[in-house]
Ligand binder design. Structure first.
Ligand code: NDP
Ligand code: 8X3
Length: 252
């Protein structure tokens, strides 16, 4: 196969939408996430539009990631695109009230999972002198907001990691982009608020958020740019979202 994408977090949201978009474009797909039933459903939906390899995988499992890469079926090698998408936010509490377990999970998934995947797949891209790593960062990595403490920190890491990869990959044809979305309606808020559907829906109430398909369309555009073009980072928000004033506390 000429084009093979490995999408982490393909069971929902951006990852599933990217899978559908790339499948429509004839790409081979390796779809990973923890919920195997969701991946199976997606494979059935894609049908004969594209070859799909399902790989249930928790990106926090370092040995599991290494084994998954070395055990890839020959038909799905080399991987030419890694969409490092698996990730989550947990909670919106201020730092002095936040749950340390939530912080651990965000660091383990958004940072460590992403670097395990990258480290495992990068050597074959460098050896083939061909490949693309698209990391899913966030506006939360660029801008602070109350309650964004560790989540924003993990996404700031993803941004700098992406830039450092770019600086090291000079001289190779391997490309790296950090996509930094703002408000997008997926299962993201349901996960952040631990299953509270009402709280999650309120995040998008009365405004038009980005959709998972919007992000998939951006990925599709990126992978179809001429091979000498590297978009380093791409921040995208819904029109209904923007920055605000600095906060000033007045003692009155
Ligand atoms: P979803 O919750 O819809 O999707 C998250 C995906 O990540 C799921 O497929 C989930 O699969 C997977 N995932 C979570 N933890 C793990 C893990 N340990 N191992 C493997 N897969 C995992 O949210 P989004 O699609 O919105 O999120 C995708 C990415 O986009 C995340 O990195 C998020 O931070 C980022 N983002 C989201 C924004 C938004 O507003 N929606 C804005 C900016 C960035 P499973 O549970 O089956 O493992
Ligand atoms: C998701 C966007 O603003 O909820 O990364 O952090 S935000």
């Amino acid at each position: 196969m000429d084009n093979v994408a490995w999408i982490t977090g393909a069971s929902s949201g951006f990852g599933a939408a990217c899978a559908r978009r790339l499948a429509a474009g004839g790409w081979g797909l390796i779809l990973s996430a923890r919920r195997a039933d969701r991946l199976e459903g997606l494979r059935r939906e894609i049908g004969d539009k594209a070859p799909v390899h399902i790989l249930p995988l928790d990106v926090r499992d370092r040995q599991g990631v290494t084994a998954a890469v070395s055990g890839l079926p020959a038909a799905f090698r080399p991987v030419t695109l890694l969409v490092n998408n698996a990730g989550l936010a947990l909670g919106l509490e201020k730092a002095h009230e936040a749950d340390l377990g939530d912080w651990d999970r965000m660091v383990d998934t958004n940072i460590k999972g992403l670097i395990y995947m990258t480290r495992a797949l990068l050597p074959q891209m460098v050896a083939a002198d061909r490949g693309y790593i698209i990391n899913i960062g966030s506006v939360a990595g660029n801008w602070p907001y109350p309650g964004g403490n560790v989540y924003g920190g993990t996404k700031a890491f993803v941004k700098r990691f992406s830039q450092n990869l770019r600086s090291e990959l000079i001289g190779t044809a391997v490309r790296v982009t950090n996509i930094e979305p703002g408000l997008a309606e997926t299962e993201f808020s349901l996960v952040r608020f631990k299953g509270d559907a009402e709280k999650a829906a309120a995040v998008y109430e009365g405004m038009k958020p980005l959709s998972a398909e919007d992000i998939a369309e951006i990925v599709w555009w990126l992978v179809n740019l001429p091979p000498h073009v590297n978009v380093n980072s791409l921040e995208v928000m819904p029109v209904a979202q923007a920055w605000s004033f600095f906060a000033v506390h007045r003692d009155t």
